[in-house]
Every structure is written in C-alpha cells, then in structure tokens.
Design a protein around this ligand. Structure first.
Ligand SMILES: [Zn+2]
Ligand SMILES: [Zn+2]
Ligand SMILES: [Zn+2]
Length: 325
C-alpha cells in the first residue's frame, strides 16, 4: 500500500496553511445497512445520548509525524498536529438537531463546552472549531446526526480576519464590533429572524448566502464557557427555532454548514471578540443551489442573488411547531 502523507503546507501567496491528509482518500463507502454511529454497531456504546467519537480519518492528529522540512525558505511545512472529533448528537439514525428535544440539545451544548475546554487546555491547540456539515449536497457521507470539532494548531484564517477587524474597531470606537452589529440589526429589525432573552438571530446586512443566518449572544461573551445556565437553555431554543424554520422553508430537511465562532484558546486576550454562530445553507431557492464559482473562489467576492431583507422576512414568517418556541 502507498504511504500516506499528513502535513501542513504553507501557501506563501495567500499566507495560509493547507492541510494535506492523503489517508482521507481511502475513506470507505459504508455498506448499505450499516452505520458505525448507531448503537449496536460495535463502534459506539450501546446506549448513549451524546457521544464523542474519534474521527477514523482525521485531518489533524496528536501523533502526526514530523514532516521532512524541504526548501524551508519558500515552502514551509509543519506537523499536522491537532484533534478531529465526531460529535454524535443522538442515538436515533434519523434524528436531526432541528427535531431534538430541548433537554437533549442542552446536553449537546454541555458536551460541546466540555470538549472545547478540554481541547483548548492543550499546549499545542490554538483554536477549537465546532461545526456541522449537514446534507448530501454538502458532501456528508454519514446521515447519522453528528457534527465535528477540529482542534487546530493555529488560528484559522477566517477567525484571524474577524479578530483583526474586531481589534481595529475597538481601538477606534471603542466598542465591540459585534455588539455594534447586533444593535444595528436590532434597531433596523428588517433582517431579524427571531430573538429570545439571550440571543438574536438575523440574516446580516452583508450576507453572502441567501439564507445565511447568524445567531449572536446579547451579552458580550467570548466562548461557550462564559454561558450561564439561562444562556445554555436559550441557546438550545434559538438553535431549534432557526433549524425548524429552515426545515419548514421548502418542506425538506434543510442542508447547511453551521460554524461556531469563539475566541481562540492560545491564552491571549481576546476580550474584543464576541461569540456567534453562522449558518451557510447552499440552497438559494427550492430547486436551486448556490455554487461557489470563479468570482467567489478566484476573486473572493460573493455574489448574493437575493436581498437579505427579503429572505429574512421570508424566514421570519415561516411558522414552526409550538414545542420549538
Ligand atoms: Zn446511524
Ligand atoms: Zn460584543
Ligand atoms: Zn464569524
């Protein structure tokens, strides 16, 4: 068998790391009726509510080999050290986060927090990234309800950009950029989806995707670890409401990427940052998908074919089952 390679390669033009993980090519197609995440598979406990499953084909690993450093001046490489978790949300194969009961979502948030703390405490981990890819069209191979956690040995570039602008903003104003966005969205109200005691959900003024919802904490908090018990409860509720609205929008289980943006775990001061969640759903209408194409990938400018204010109104008016509120 060919030797696999796992390393980080530096792109000196875009100044970002690319993770080479050739073992991921060999990910098996699962047999028709077998799911490793289902109780009874032999791979997970026979009874669990939520469960951390170590990714069988991790991009980063704590035992990642030291790469040979070739041409260090131009082409830097470094160890692909980190952790890749699969977070199982529920034992039921057909469940989704949108349909889970509130106490189960609260339990999931507890697991996210625990894992965030544990991974963040590690010396080699600078950023803990919690996310979910949902749906065939996103390329998900396992339908069983799950998300992922990537513990990075560096702060990934999207977060870097957000940190840089938030830091610059607080120097000039001096307010939190995210608190100001929240206040502006509250004041205008046209892009609001739903709010509760602790959270506000909206499609931002500058949305790149038609149904790009952001959930922001009303309190200025940096990570899940700053959540009070009320906030945890409110977070579970607002997640469920947003996701139920997504599912009811076109009458099918709505695919999305969900990403959690929290402060890094490298021990520095990030008091200018602010906890939020972003959703990027690929659908722009019932039949049409938004593809990332030349302008988005090659120039870095997203073209949104819709008006965020109109899409927000549409989502705001979607009704959900009463247990979701
Ligand atoms: Zn399953
Ligand atoms: Zn803030
Ligand atoms: Zn963000």
């Amino acid at each position: 068998m060919k030797r696999t390679r796992s390393e980080l390669r530096w792109n000196p033009i875009l100044e970002e790391w690319v993770a080479i993980a050739t073992h991921r090519q060999n990910r098996p197609q699962m047999p028709e009726n077998y799911c490793p995440f289902c109780p009874g598979s032999g791979k997970v406990p026979d009874d669990y509510n939520v469960y951390i499953y170590p990714n069988d084909f991790p991009t980063f690993s704590l035992s990642s080999p030291k790469p040979e450093n070739r041409r260090p001046n131009l082409y830097k490489v470094k160890k692909s050290v980190g952790v890749c978790d699969v977070v199982l949300y529920h034992p039921d194969h057909l469940m989704t986060l949108a349909d889970m009961e509130i106490p189960r979502i609260v339990e999931l948030i507890g697991l996210w927090s625990m894992r965030f703390q544990k991974l963040g405490e590690r010396e080699e981990i600078k950023y803990v990234f919690i996310f979910e890819n949902k749906g065939d069209v996103i390329g998900v191979t396992m339908p069983h309800p799950h998300g992922q956690i990537y513990a990075f040995p560096y702060i990934p570039p999207v977060i870097e950009r957000e940190l840089k602008s938030a830091k610059g903003y607080v120097k000039r104003k001096p307010n939190c950029l995210f608190c100001d966005i929240l206040n502006e969205e509250k004041r205008e109200g046209k892009r609001k989806i739903v709010e509760n005691r602790s959270f506000f959900a909206f499609i931002p003024f500058f949305a790149r995707y038609p149904y790009e919802v952001h959930i922001m904490s009303k309190n200025h908090v940096l990570t899940l670890l700053d959540f009070s018990e009320n906030m945890i409860e409110d977070f579970a509720h607002i997640l469920k409401i947003v996701l139920q609205k997504y599912d009811n929008l076109f009458g099918f289980s709505f695919p999305y990427m969900m990403v959690m943006h929290q402060a890094p775990t490298d021990g520095k001061d990030y008091s200018f940052y602010h906890f939020h969640v972003e959703f990027y759903p690929p659908y722009r209408s019932r039949e049409k998908l938004k593809y990332l194409a030349g302008c988005e990938m090659g120039a870095g400018t997203f073209i949104n074919d819709t008006l965020p204010e109109e899409r927000a109104q549409e989502l705001r008016e979607i009704s959900i089952r009463s247990d979701g509120s």
